[in-house]
Design a binder for this molecule. Structure first.
Ligand code: HDD
Length: 678
């Protein structure tokens, strides 16, 4: 990615303001002489209505909030750029997917689904992964999730799904959680949700980082080329760092220790220049193969197994700039799956069709009128002209007498463009049928792909699924709902249903299971990329540490791309032998083991008991979350005292070079699932 400002960045620059060093004025530009005291009739008298500065300040404050998004309220964004590896002209005429010399500015918003705007971030939930491509032919929005399928098949059910998922209306609980009666009642009564529920109960629903999760367009879209030929397509984002997750106990604790964990991680990595990267992948099915699969390719509860329809990697997006203002950018951005450009078109997926209505509708209430496209973050980088006029907050000053089509007074301009001139032409699909409210028979198999997902999991992932079902249903008060869910998932896997039934007070099912024996290795996170890059290692250090050794080890860890943070019992510096000093980043009070990917304990000489107690707590907790542990010098004894020594993923040693290389390998592995718990 070049360091040149993107077109979008240049456009936004016109709207950025910096108040630093300036005089304060009213919104109308009048300099203000006093900003602490309202204008009063006498020092102890009443405030006067003529105090225009007070009135303006208070009125603006009173109106600062806008409605939060009905779903995906809690989110965080960044600017990026997309580069294309190879032209896709075979499939599409979209200019940003055919011209490899172009770099397309993007804006991405990651989000949780269920929680309110201020909710914690490492909850069990799907994550939104919405990308706006500011192309030269207009904005293209890929409004996806980190899960490739959805709970329902028809948008008609979306309000029901969301009502069931959100806090229960009679008591407003629980916040940002699916572990309650109404959600699981919905699941039991709507068995099309089986496949996505498998994903939300899996590790995918507790990602380690926005930088370490996949993105999926979910629906089947169409790519249309210059000749007018179409292919079915599914879009994927593949994180270069691999797809990694937290463990559930850790995720819950992070919600308390650092409810901003995911946005902090994204923000910090961009600030430090570790730019998150995602490769764009496409799966393509020729039109003539539409009916060659044992599922309906228009059904949004189905994925296309990557082993059957390979993902072609076609480009890369790099996120390189944080937002300057969370409200102006993250809150005011308006995505819409209906924002397409020539060369990309829809299909008859009934979930997608309903989404095409919902998004504009929601922006109208959330952003207060029809001119939200003029907000800086939403403006396309290409000019736009039409006869839409007026409305709240209109910014454009449209000159001229004419605001209608057709006209003679302005020579019939603005003129619709022909296809050759770049006019969007809808794909001419032949459709025929009776008006009918129904579900196609081809959409009625709800369990085969849920079973495919189960079959594809590694042992530890299967175990996590059983634990997640046990937790979520363990919070459900209605026995009937719990029984219904056990019965439902017995259709997916008897091992799974039996595994959690006993934990939630339901008689384990005797019969059931699926005939599906196929698995898809691409679905398991065990097969993802493992790298040390950007992993956060907490280094526990005390006064009297072996100066040169430790400095060398930390330098080597950094050179492997690892981010180290020094933890001690007090802020300031820790002093080592040979007059070395290292600045403390955090104390045992201000951080926690759950905020690190791994710990490296060094100690010092003669630490106090309290220090050792804190260090032991950190090490034991990290161990219980399967994290890599490293220890040298004094801290090797701590491992022994805590019976952590010698376990898998626990590295110690005296030779610093071999210690560091072994520890880096352990860190790259992410977690050590083979560990015997003590
Ligand atoms: Fe949606 C927001 C993703 C189904 C209606 N959706 C929203 C966002 C994402 C998704 C990532 C947040 C955008 C942002 O960050 O501003 N939604 C999905 C995916 C779906 C899906 C991947 C299934 C494949 N959504 C869906 C349906 C409907 C909606 C079926 C309604 C018919 N979604 C909305 C919405 C939201 C929204 C109510 C809330 C805020 C917004 O649109 O801008 O209109």
């Amino acid at each position: 990615m070049s360091n040149k400002k993107t077109k979008k960045d240049q456009q936004l620059e016109q709207f950025r303001t910096d108040d630093a060093g300036k005089h304060m004025t009213t919104n109308h530009g009048v300099k203000v002489s006093e900003d602490e005291f309202s204008l009063k009739a006498g020092e102890r008298g009443p405030t006067l209505l003529e105090d225009f500065h007070f009135r303006e300040k208070m009125t603006h404050f009173d109106h600062e909030r806008i409605p939060e998004r009905i779903v995906h309220a809690r989110g965080f964004s960044a600017h990026g750029e997309f580069e294309l590896y190879e032209s896709l002209e075979k499939y599409t005429k979209a200019d940003f997917l055919t011209d490899t010399s172009k770099k397309t500015p993007t804006f991405v918003r990651f989000s949780t689904v269920a929680g309110s705007k201020g909710s914690a971030e490492t909850v069990r939930d799907a994550r939104g992964f919405a990308t706006k491509f500011y192309t030269d032919e207009g904005n293209y929005d890929l409004v996806g999730n980190n899960i490739p399928v959805f709970f329902i098949q028809d948008a008609m059910k979306f309000p029901d799904l969301v009502h069931a998922l959100k806090p229960e209306p009679h008591n407003g609980m629980p916040q940002a959680a699916s572990a309650h009666d109404t959600f699981w009642d919905f699941v039991g009564q709507n068995q099309e949700s089986a496949h996505m529920v498998m994903w939300t109960m899996s590790d995918r629903a507790i990602p380690r980082s926005f930088r370490m999760m996949e993105g999926f367009g979910v629906h089947t879209f169409r790519l249309v080329n210059k000749e007018g030929n179409a292919h079915f397509v599914k879009f994927h984002w593949k994180p270069v760092l691999g797809t990694h997750s937290l463990v559930w106990d850790e995720a819950q604790k992070i919600n308390g220790k650092d409810p901003d964990f995911h946005r902090g991680d994204l923000y910090q990595s961009i600030e430090t220049g570790d730019y998150p990267e995602y490769e764009l992948g496409i799966q393509v099915i020729p039109e003539e193969d539409e009916f060659k699969f044992d599922f309906d390719i228009l059904d949004p509860t189905k994925l296309w197994p990557e082993e059957d329809v390979p993902v072609q990697i076609v480009g890369k997006m790099t996120l390189k700039r944080n937002v300057d203002n969370v409200f102006a950018e993250n809150e005011q951005v308006a995505f819409h799956p209906g924002n397409v450009v020539p060369g990309i078109d829809f299909t008859n997926d009934p979930l997608l069709q309903g989404r095409l209505f919902s998004y504009t509708d929601t922006q109208l209430i959330r952003l207060g009128g029809p001119n939200f496209h003029e907000l800086p973050i939403n403006r396309p980088v290409c000019p736009f002209f039409n006869n839409h006029r007026d409305g709240y907050g209109r910014q454009t000053i449209n000159k001229g007498q004419v605001s209608y089509h057709k006209n003679a007074l302005a020579s019939n301009t603005p003129t619709p463009a022909t296809e050759e001139e770049g006019g969007y032409k809808h794909y001419q699909e032949r459709v025929e049928g009776y008006k009918i409210r129904a579900r196609s028979d081809s959409f009625k198999d709800h369990f085969s792909q849920a079973a495919l997902f189960w079959n594809s999991m590694s042992d530890h992932e299967k175990n996590h699924l059983i634990q997640a079902f046990s937790f979520e249903l363990g919070k459900v008060e209605s026995l009937e709902v719990r029984e219904q869910v056990v019965e439902m998932f017995a259709n997916v896997s008897l091992e799974l249903a039996k595994g959690f039934a006993k934990n939630i007070g339901v008689t384990p099912p005797e019969s059931g299971g699926s005939d599906v024996t196929k698995s898809s290795p691409a679905l398991s996170q065990a097969n993802t990329a493992h790298k040390p890059d950007t992993r956060k290692v907490g280094v526990i250090l005390a006064n009297g540490f072996k100066g040169k050794d430790v400095k060398r080890a930390l330098k080597k860890l950094s050179s492997e791309g690892i981010m180290v943070e020094v933890i001690s019992d007090q802020q300031g510096v820790v002093k080592g032998e040979e007059n070395t000093e290292i600045t403390v980043d955090h104390t045992f009070l201000t951080t926690d083991s759950v905020l690190y990917d791994a710990l490296y304990a060094v100690g010092g000489c003669n630490e106090e008991e309290a220090f050792k107690k804190h260090a032991s707590h950190f090490l034991n907790e990290a161990f219980s979350h399967y994290k890599p542990l490293g220890a040298t010098h004094n801290a090797v004894e701590w491992l022994k005292d805590n019976k952590l020594y010698g376990h898998t993923g626990v590295v110690s040693g005296e030779d610093m070079d071999s210690f560091v290389s072994e520890f880096v390998q352990a860190v790259s592995a992410h977690r050590h699932w083979g560990r015997q718990m003590i």
